[in-house]
Design a protein around this ligand. Structure first.
Ligand SMILES: [Zn+2]
Length: 116
């Protein structure tokens, strides 16, 4: 009895882990595609970090219109795969609402009240 419960529990956990893994893959792929469409570099012309020093993994998607919080709330307040998929769809449809910024420029923009 105990054994079969444990078996079920283990399998359930395994299913959760693999489910999470495929979600993570989809998330990474979607994010990668967005980054490529946005040029894979910080889009602030006066970014102080040289392009060759920039690790693309550090780049962040910037909401040009500064409505990121509002957009995220529609997806439950988290940066999940559905959130990124919707951004990708918008970019592919020709949206100019998104840009890539490095964390430095992203924070600078925030400190400057949404301007770079
Ligand atoms: Zn930058």
């Amino acid at each position: 009895m105990y054994g079969s419960n444990k078996w079920r529990k283990d399998n359930h956990e395994q299913a959760l882990i693999s489910g999470r893994k495929s979600d993570k893959n989809r998330y990474d792929e979607t994010k990668k595609e967005i980054f490529e469409l946005l040029g894979n570099h910080c889009n602030n012309p006066s970014c102080p970090i040289p392009v060759e020093k920039m690790d693309v993994r550090c780049l962040q998607i910037d909401h040009v219109l500064n409505n990121g919080g509002e957009h995220r709330r529609k997806f439950g307040g988290v940066c999940n795969v559905h959130y990124y998929a919707s951004i990708l769809k918008e970019i592919k449809a020709g949206s100019r609402d998104y840009d890539l910024l490095c964390p430095y420029c992203n924070w600078l923009k925030r400190f400057n009240g949404g301007k770079l």
